[in-house]
Design a protein around this ligand. Structure first.
Ligand SMILES: Cc1cc2nc3c(=O)[nH]c(=O)nc-3n(C[C@H](O)[C@H](O)[C@H](O)COP(=O)(O)O)c2cc1C
Length: 213
């Protein structure tokens, strides 16, 4: 890959300082160790008050619209939210409700969450993964959950959590690199007017397959 990978992170936290922000920072730090990236972090603490009462994208202030466009054109998304009442924060969802339904198709997404309790770790699988499944995004196979005892104040104090982040990135790398290369190849072909070779062999002539007899 020639250009740096454009990574956009969204933190659903409503507080500053924030453990979710700390988790995101560590994910970005580790991503930077293995990939050439440029990163941008969107914090709901910063922009939440600017869109909380807005119901229609056309009425959003420019600043929020610009952040949405960065999300919609990212090569890789890193999304993380604190658990609030067993789900992501309401404003995290409200932000993604403005995202175009098809803008994240095939975009790799690393899922993360922080919670007060270990018992809510399945938020990643039961709340975040279906949301990004709706967008037809490529959610990376391993998500990251951090809870109270993984932190010493606002510092990660858990080698296991750091290892989990490393695993999430390592397992996600094939998806990340193949999706980015493919999207760039198609974009360049379209820009130069070349036909887009799908790389897939032509299909065999269709035969009728009876699934039920
Ligand atoms: C309104 C509210 C609801 C919460 N609900 C849950 C919950 O259902 N499960 C959980 O494990 N932690 C819950 N927590 C704890 C937060 O998820 C946890 O402290 C998180 O790490 C805070 O992240 P932040 O520092 O980025 O804001 C809740 C906290 C608040 C303020």
């Amino acid at each position: 890959m020639t250009e740096p990978l454009r990574v956009v992170a969204v933190s659903g936290s409503l507080h500053n300082p924030s453990k979710t922000d700390v988790l995101i920072d560590e994910v970005l730090r580790q991503l930077n160790e293995v990939l050439d990236i440029s990163s941008h972090v969107i914090r709901i603490t910063d922009i939440g008050p600017k869109f909380a009462g807005v119901l229609n994208r056309k009425e959003l202030p420019r600043e929020v619209e610009d952040e949405l466009r960065l999300v919609e054109t990212a090569d890789l998304l890193v999304v993380a939210s604190p658990v609030y009442r067993a789900s992501f924060t309401g404003l995290f969802k409200h932000f993604f409700d403005f995202v175009d339904q098809y803008a994240l198709v095939d975009t790799p997404v690393l899922l993360g969450a922080t919670g007060g309790s270990e018992r809510h770790s399945l938020i990643v699988e039961h709340q975040l993964r279906p949301l990004f499944g709706f967008f037809q995004a490529l959610t990376l196979p391993v998500g990251v959950y951090a809870h109270e005892s993984d932190f010493d104040g606002y510092r990660i104090d858990s080698p296991l959590l750091k290892e989990r982040i490393k695993t999430s990135i390592r397992r996600g790398l094939p998806l990340i690199t193949s999706s980015v290369q493919e999207k760039r190849r198609i974009r360049e072909a379209l820009e130069t007017g070349e036909s887009v070779d799908s790389g897939v062999a032509p299909a065999e002539p269709q035969r009728t397959v009876r699934l039920f007899t």
